[in-house]
Ligand binder design. Structure first.
Ligand SMILES: Cc1cc2nc3c(=O)[nH]c(=O)nc-3n(C[C@H](O)[C@H](O)[C@H](O)COP(=O)(O)OP(=O)(O)OC[C@H]3O[C@@H](n4cnc5c(N)ncnc54)[C@H](O)[C@@H]3O)c2cc1C
Length: 296
């Protein structure tokens, strides 16, 4: 099923993001998480493509396994990093043959040790070019793109950034899924700015609970520029021990999701980090079980 079709339903869409594990232990952890979270009947699950294209084969293998062995709708992330157009064409061809029809088209972050993205020879410079390529050569594919409520660090000019986002939508993107954020006001403001820029595709809100102080540091590094509101930071620092930090983080994310639903959000995308506890808790507290199941 295409994500754009799921997004036409009256209920909000709830989705979960996983990354491809590199070790046997990690694979077992992910398997257990999938079993736990599949019971929540997510609208779809997505699998990331490691920074710098580092997990290319792992991502594809996992996508095909999820598609063939679970009944879940799956979205494969794909980046421009380190790939030629022909590499990308080959991957899309393989997906098409396996019946995978949803791609999250991204520029990608630079590989470890590098600070700036470099366009690969024979490849793409921006996600918009990847979207256009997919739509031209694989018109049956549904395409999502990334959005940044707090702004993307490479484009400090926020008006220009909206033009770049609009270019992805004009190239054929069906929806936008956002980077994580901790203050919903940033998301609502972003949605309004999209509307002003003439961007009318659905916007899915990315949510990631803080579950440890170390994790918080890592989020700050990965989601460059992520703003931790003082009220959240105060509570996390006060909690100190990871057990309590996790409770604070889950509570905060639960309130974020409650507020997003109350404001009529089209979808919530949970960055799970291959763990199920936080997402299960949020579902439980908000009584969300089955809320995203397909309409009968
Ligand atoms: C939901 C989500 C999932 C993600 N999954 C992954 C993943 O699996 N793997 C991974 O490596 N990374 C992932 N990322 C991170 C993402 O790849 C990086 O944040 C990357 O830096 C930006 O990607 P983009 O697709 O938004 O790029 P683009 O849309 O190409 O934008 C990149 C930057 O270039 C600017 N820009 C765009 N077009 C132009 C132009 N014509 N001229 C000048 N500047 C321009 C934009 O304003 C922006 O600052 C994800 C991010 C999100 C929000």
């Amino acid at each position: 099923m295409h994500i754009r079709d799921i997004l036409t339903q009256r209920r909000p869409c709830f989705s979960f993001e996983f990354f491809p594990p590199r070790t046997r232990e990690g694979a077992e952890q992910l398997y257990a998480t999938m079993v736990d979270l599949a019971s929540l009947r997510p609208s779809y699950v997505s699998v990331t493509y490691g920074a710098g294209g580092s997990t290319r084969e792992l991502t594809h293998g996992l996508i095909i396994r999820i598609h063939e062995h679970t009944g879940l709708t799956v979205v494969s992330h794909m980046t421009c990093v380190g790939s030629t157009k022909e590499d990308i064409r080959g991957i899309l061809q393989e997906y098409q043959e396996h019946g995978i029809v949803n791609i999250m088209a991204l520029r990608g972050d630079p590989p470890k040790g590098e600070t700036t993205f470099r366009q690969p020879e024979g490849g793409f410079a921006y996600a918009a070019d990847l979207v256009a390529f997919i739509k031209k050569h694989f018109p049956g594919m549904g395409v999502g793109v990334a959005g940044f409520p707090e702004g993307h660090p490479d484009t400090p000019n926020r008006l220009l950034e909206m033009d770049h986002l609009r270019a992805k939508v004009d190239a054929g993107a069906d929806y936008i899924c956002t980077q994580l954020f901790f203050d919903n006001r940033d998301f609502y403001d972003y949605c309004e700015r999209c509307e002003i820029a003439g961007i009318t595709v659905p916007i899915i809100a990315g949510v990631m609970p803080v579950t440890s102080l170390k994790g918080m540091q890592r989020m700050a590094e990965l989601a460059l520029g992520a703003r931790f509101p003082a009220r959240l930071t105060k509570s996390l620092v006060r909690a100190k021990d990871d057990e309590y930090v996790e409770r604070v983080g889950i509570h905060w994310a639960t309130e974020q999701v409650r507020d997003l639903i109350d404001h009529g959000v089209r979808g919530v995308h949970f960055y799970t980090l291959n763990r199920s506890k936080a997402t299960l808790r949020i579902y439980e507290t908000l009584g969300l079980k089955n809320v995203s199941a397909p309409m009968d």
